[in-house]
Design a binder for this molecule. Sequence first.
Ligand code: GLN
Length: 273
Amino acid sequence: MKIKECLSLGVACLKEVTQIPQKETMLLLGELLGKEMSWIVSHGDDDISLNEWFYSALKRRANHEPLEYILGRASFYDREFDVDSRVLIPRPETEILVDKALELAKCLSKEAHIVEIGCGSGIVSIMLALMLPHIKITAVDLSSDALHVSQKNALKHGVYERIGFVQGSYLDGVNEPIDMIVSNPPYIAKDEPLGKGLAFEPSLALFGGFKGDEMLRHIIDLFMGQKVKMLVCEMGYDQKLPLQEYCIQHGLNPTFYKDLAGLDRGFFIQEKQ
Ligand code: GLN
């Protein structure tokens, strides 16, 4: 079949599922052929044979499975991370969480200790390790499956030795003093109707409780209880008011930030010690 015919086939299969069916088909074809998208664009008349993998990939995508799980990778910042259904797919807005943590880390000593609660695929801890070469980082996750993925990613990006991986809930198993907590915890409310793609992601990484912000509140409690200097968290678009109220009740002064869509997406707190 000619490449341009494969593209039409892909577009026909995927047009109900994505707004970019042509690009997604090219990514799948690129994976099949081991070629860049630019090569595919300029070889429309080449004949290729499609295989079982390609047909099954199209079928999975047509069934709303995220492309990242099918390809087994996702990009975050300018890097590529391994992902599969054991971990949440990196979201572009989480790059802002890393930016905020990096900004705040400028006020920490070079050998400070940052702990990430719920590291998932490891994107946040790994980016911090890459960009803060002296800082000690501990990445905690409840899921041993997720830790498996994050460790693989840390190895891939050359920072495995720099990060202490701990299986546990919140800060369980972290015994050294902490200077900063960073977290993108599950924050979706239990009954929130979700898009079809989210059904493929681990519910452990998505649902934060009945209202959704319960885990965030618990993280704020831990931040206060352990006298940590800084806290940076991602949160749901509708959680600013309740979390602001909770912080103010506890004498904290959070700063909230928005994502690129202009939605409230996170906050940070810097404590005067
Ligand atoms: N940002 C994700 C979403 O809304 C949720 C991630 C999370 O719960 N931490 O799809």
